[in-house]
Write a protein that binds this ligand. Structure first.
Ligand code: UT7
Length: 356
């Protein structure tokens, strides 16, 4: 498995020079409800996370870190780690199987897998999921928008349903991130975990997606990348992140995009029943929701047990919210994510995923 190869240092220098100030106003593509179009909502959710746990104590034994530092700076206590041989397609297929069972459907019209840690460059992880689910003939493809991948996939699924290109889409976020980690790099190795979450998206008579916003800034692609350590070309290829810059930009962009999507949907802070944010850092979730005026009791948090699972984090958290009745049909749910690219987005939806 060699997903990206070494990064090109010349290219990176160019990016650094052209990087705009973080506070520059962002552009976002938007979409609100077109009353004439078919509405898309969730028909069922599911997740799969590996049994293996990597605790902060385990990491203390591997690298110069401490449980206190990790907990205070990130909110993470443990993360899941797939054993060798357990791939993104395997986890994704199991999450997809569970979402389809919850939705009561035996087939779908398309399978989209959001992942940046797929089994191989080709074929797509979605095609491997399709094979595992026995859904030969169903359209299948991957998208890579890193931690925003699930939201990008949801926005795409909604469009497929609105245009009639699909009646149902199995949308999966699946990541085998721990195979992309340099366990000598304490600034990243404590953050990431493995897992998969899935939803069946389909046409709904009421509720569903109300408004979407998505955006990207390739000018800031140096913030999170796969490659050797910055300035150390002999180090291994792995997930790398400029933590502080990413943190600052994530808080700014998430606050902005979440406010905008709520305005598009006509929601005030008090209208939101549940926020399901990408689980990158508890302090990011706290900072953004405080700025939005939503109390933490209405924020779904599982980063303490899952770490950051990139594209899987929102669907894994949503499946947990559904399974524990933290979300019910008709609830107004705000989803938001920020990740490598950099990419970000938000979706306002009325929950429809509870079986009738
Ligand atoms: O999912 C995609 C989006 N991801 C994000 O949005 C994540 C954004 N960033 C973050 O969550 C945080 O920046 C981190 C958790 C990655 C880092 O937290 P921080 O509070 O920004 O710490 P820092 O990078 O500024 O480092 C502070 C200190 C440094 O030591 P010195 O230079 O002050 O002596 C680091 O070397 O903490 C040190 N440090 C650690 N110490 C113990 C960095 N990592 C560790 C560690 N254990 N694991």
């Amino acid at each position: 498995m060699d997903p990206e190869g070494a990064r090109n240092p010349v290219f990176r220098v160019g990016l650094l020079i052209s990087m705009p100030p973080l506070s520059a106003p962002s552009r976002q593509a938007t979409g609100t409800v077109d009353a004439a179009a078919r509405q898309a909502g969730f028909l069922g959710t599911g997740s799969f996370v590996p049994e293996g746990r990597l605790t902060n104590a385990d990491l203390e034994a591997m690298v110069d870190t401490s449980d206190a530092w990790i907990l205070e700076r990130t909110g993470i206590r443990e993360r899941r780690k797939a054993g060798s041989g357990l791939t993104a397609s395997m986890m994704g297929a199991e999450a997809g199987r569970r979402a389809m069972a919850a939705a009561g459907v035996s087939t779908v019209d398309a399978i989209i897998v959001a992942t940046c840690t797929g089994d191989s460059r080709i074929p797509s992880t979605a095609c491997l999921v399709q094979r595992s689910l026995g859904l030969d003939g169903v359209a299948a493809f991957d998208i890579n928008a890193a931690c925003s991948g699930f939201l990008y996939g949801l926005i795409l699924s909604r469009s497929l349903i609105a245009t009639g290109a699909a009646e149902t889409v199995l949308l999966i976020g699946s990541e085998a991130l721990t195979t992309y980690i340099d366990y000598t790099d304490r600034s990243t190795c404590v953050l990431f975990g493995d897992g998969a979450g899935a939803v069946v998206v389909g046409a709904v008579a009421a509720g569903g997606v109300r408004a979407v916003r998505w955006a990207a800034s390739g000018a800031n692609s140096d913030l999170i990348y796969y490659g050797p350590k910055d300035g150390e070309p002999d180090t291994m290829n792995a997930m790398r992140m400029a933590g502080k810059g990413t943190f600052r930009m994530a808080v700014e962009r998430l606050t902005e995009v979440a406010s905008d999507v709520c305005a598009d949907a006509g929601w005030r802070a008090e209208d939101i029943d549940l926020v399901v944010p990408h689980q990158a850092n508890l302090r990011i979730m706290e900072a953004v929701t405080k700025r939005l005026g939503v109390p933490m009791e209405r924020v779904m948090v599982n980063i303490d047990r899952m770490g950051n699972t990139s594209a899987a984090s929102i669907p894994v958290a949503m499946a947990e919210a559904a399974d524990t009745s933290r979300v019910r049909n008709g609830d107004r749910v705000l989803l938001m994510a920020f990740g490598s690219g950099v990419t970000w987005g938000a979706v306002a939806l009325e929950w429809t995923g509870q079986p009738a």
